[in-house]
Design a protein around this ligand. Sequence first.
Ligand SMILES: [Mn+2]
Length: 276
Amino acid sequence: MFAHAQAKNKKDARWIILGIPQELGSLSKVKNYSEGPEIIRDASYRIFDTIFGDINPEFIYDCGDIELEDIKSLEESYSIIKQEIRNIYDLNKKYIFLGGDHSITYPIIKVLNDFHDEFYLLYFDAHPDCHPDPYINYQSFVYYLIKEKILNPENVVMVGISNLSFEEKKILDKYKITYYTPYDIWDRIEDISSEISDILDNKKVYLSIDIDVFDCGCGHWLEPFGIRPYHYFKIIRNLKVDLIGFDLVELYPNEFCENLAAKLIVENISIFDKQN
Ligand SMILES: [Mn+2]
């Protein structure tokens, strides 16, 4: 149970936490993505009050994890994740999904697309996950969401892109996807946070955070040229949006990184509660 999740039941909560310990979507040999939800919950006991706003634990409910342990096929895992989210989905609540590898965002976006006419994706990641692989996995699912016309590429904003394949660069150009590199972010954070705030002004937004966007080595992929939590919060605090929810994925366990993950979640709640 997440430390700050003290709502007595789902009905009274404004925020719903759901763990998705998926790792089938990863191509990496090290398979401990599935530990993510539990280690983030453990770390939440080391993170106390918030610095950006207030947090009220009575409005946060933790649903626990989706059971994925015995699932051997990716298609089956996507269909179970979709079904479980549909079962608990309520338009009046905000959702926090704990990954897992980044492929969990594929079924999440599919469900959101059923419930919302239009929404924007704000994507913090060192990678655009648009690689045109022959099947849907953690590095190709954004490409598939666009190809399947689930995501409108005009409604995607990527932050912190530092490592992309030749094909991905062409795809980002072809679909005219807005993206910022860590250099852009470090160089002109004030302007970029205003730009992003203008693009997303009053829109419904889903936020996806791959922790490898930060340059502190917390993701499975170790990307040395990234952004800092300062830049992240600078952008997030400037938004005036209708947040649908967010996910946090690809955490590689160690105490510093687990604390960062829990901190991001707790501060997100306080920031987005204040915005509404
Ligand atoms: Mn990534």
